[in-house]
Design a protein around this ligand. Sequence first.
Ligand SMILES: CCCCCCCC/C=C\CCCCCCCC(=O)SCCNC(=O)CCNC(=O)[C@H](O)C(C)(C)COP(=O)(O)OP(=O)(O)OC[C@H]1O[C@@H](n2cnc3c(N)ncnc32)[C@H](O)[C@@H]1OP(=O)(O)O
Length: 228
Amino acid sequence: MWRNCVRLARRGLGRGAVLRPDPTVSRCGVSKDYALPNSSWSQGMMDLYSRFLEMCKDGTWKRIPSYSNSVDHIPGKAFWGVHSKYQPQLWQTINMDTEGVGFEYAMFLNPSEKRMVCLFQPGPYLEGPSGFAHGGSTATIIDSTIGSCATFVAGRVMTANLSINYRNPIPLGSVVLVDSKVDQVEGRKVFLSCHVRSIDGQTLHAEATALFIRLDSTKSLQQQMSCQ
Ligand SMILES: CCCCCCCC/C=C\CCCCCCCC(=O)SCCNC(=O)CCNC(=O)[C@H](O)C(C)(C)COP(=O)(O)OP(=O)(O)OC[C@H]1O[C@@H](n2cnc3c(N)ncnc32)[C@H](O)[C@@H]1OP(=O)(O)O
């Protein structure tokens, strides 16, 4: 029951939506990539996306697809390791099937700089203060961007600490750049920082620091989360 609720929530159902077969998985078993342009993207979002795609051509940057099932990111799909009994099915909470209402985004990785950038256009479901993004949605996109960056550098990680200073509200429908990088790795600890700015760079919306811990692959995720 709980598992089904989580699956529904993660599929972005709500507000009168009806149950239907999981649309993220096609008949041939290939998951949908949510981080691709759609008709809800503003011109600003499209322009920025094209600029980053251009920078991918020489290999400096790499576009990161986003599947609802995180294991689809991993060759061989063994993201949580052979020791884990827990295989998460729908891990990316930020993907919604109705275009434009929630998190519209695309991530790009710069491997040599250990940097992950996310182009983010918040939709109306993310409203906090009237006309502006909820702080929790800003935290979610920061956590996802920083988390993907830490995943690239360290493998399986979890957020241990995330500290955010909110400097200026993010208008719904605007486009911001979430720019994160790994500052330091000490054993299992990965320290990162992040800035959220308007496209023109004039407005600092938020800044964050985070600590991610690389998971011990000899323990199952359930053991690490004290679930059993
Ligand atoms: C080629 C391209 C590749 C690109 C890849 C793209 C694909 C990406 C795909 C998918 C990415 C998606 C990204 C999403 C990201 C979202 C992430 C989340 O939201 S995670 C959910 C929220 N977080 C939790 O629920 C954690 C709950 N906490 C825990 O489970 C544990 O506390 C855990 C695992 C964090 C640590 O537990 P322990 O038992 O493994 O380790 P201990 O011994 O406690 O800590 C290790 C060291 O870290 C310090 N530490 C731990 N927590 C700390 C804290 N909060 N502050 C400071 N230090 C802390 C400790 O003091 C210790 O340090 P000393 O080794 O003694 O020096």
